[in-house]
Design a protein around this ligand. Structure first.
Ligand code: ADP
Ligand code: MG
Length: 275
């Protein structure tokens, strides 16, 4: 603490302090924490530099809006259940030539498809990067101000079945409505006994043309009969999903396996990886 700050303040400073205490209370009431934090500093600068009133007001509000947006994005990311490190920046597009980077970037930038409730379907064998890519898409949409939920398909089916048993399936489906994009990872792993109640079909029908789904699967549509109760339902589900959709085929060799092989063929890397 400096000597100046412990001497008795002049009357004008006391008046300013009272005003700022009142201001602080009003800003708390109005839930404007950023303005509250920055008001002292920006008002002082404004006094020294002789800012016109509107400039001070604009500066304060701009900070509040920016921080509010950042807090909202943080909240959306926390609730999304997305792996934090599965981002576009760490996705190597050259490993999947069948996927157009431009097409994926367009999905992250133009979110008009989200407004239409269109879908993204990612197909490919295990380890090719389906979960990584769909998560990266989710992160990008959160950055763009959207809400996303990542869930393993079989977990969600289980949750919806429990809701159906408790006669609250409509409420549970309605809760999912707050997410602009619902990611169902590994549709093919829904077990046959889980399929019996058709909750997945109801989810797909409920969101059709309203809210987007992103689905990853390691089996083609022709094998989705394993997941839905009967052929007519499989057909209807596939029909709704593909009606407005982008399909990304990732038919390459497992990224994991290739990475493991690369380590084996490079003795230097192997030496490093074993130390
Ligand atoms: P899938 O969901 O298709 O089984 P994952 O997305 O889980 O595959 O990918 C397996 C692992 O390999 C993950 O750690 C993922 O981050 C990584 N991976 C896969 N493809 C790529 C890629 N093209 N670029 C960077 N990492 C990748
Ligand atoms: Mg996966």
């Amino acid at each position: 603490m400096t000597a100046a700050s412990i001497t008795k303040p002049p009357a004008t400073t006391t008046a300013a302090a009272t005003t700022s205490a009142r201001l602080g209370m009003m800003l708390t009431d109005l839930r404007l924490p950023t303005i509250k934090r920055l008001a002292g500093e920006l008002c002082a600068r404004s006094d020294i530099e002789g800012w016109p009133g509107h400039r001070l007001l604009e500066a304060l509000l701009e900070h509040e809006i920016n921080e509010r947006e950042a807090r909202r994005t943080d909240r959306h990311r926390n609730e999304s259940n997305l792996s934090p490190d599965k981002r576009l920046s760490s996705f190597d597009f050259s490993a999947v030539p069948s996927v157009s980077k431009a097409q994926v970037m367009a999905l992250t930038q133009g979110t008009e498809w989200i407004d239409r409730g269109a879908n993204v379907l990612l197909f490919g064998p295990p380890g090719v990067g389906k979960s990584h890519l769909v998560s990266a898409l989710g992160h990008a949409l959160i950055d763009a101000g959207r809400r996303v939920l990542f869930t393993r398909c079989s977990d969600l089916v289980q949750r919806l079945q429990a809701a159906r048993r408790d006669l609250r399936l409509p409420q549970e489906l309605a809760k999912l409505d707050r997410f602009d994009l619902l990611i169902l990872d590994d549709l093919s792993y829904v077990r046959r006994d889980q399929a019996e109640t058709s909750v997945l079909f109801e989810l797909i029908s409920e969101r059709y043309e309203r809210k987007s789904l992103a689905i990853t699967a390691n089996t083609p549509f022709s094998q989705w009969g394993e997941v839905f109760v009967e052929p007519a339902m499989t057909l209807a589900a596939v029909d709704r999903l593909v009606h407005h959709s982008t399909i990304l085929e990732m038919n390459v060799e497992s990224y994991r396996r290739r990475a493991a092989q690369a380590v084996q063929v490079s003795p230097a890397r192997k030496a490093r990886s074993t130390t």
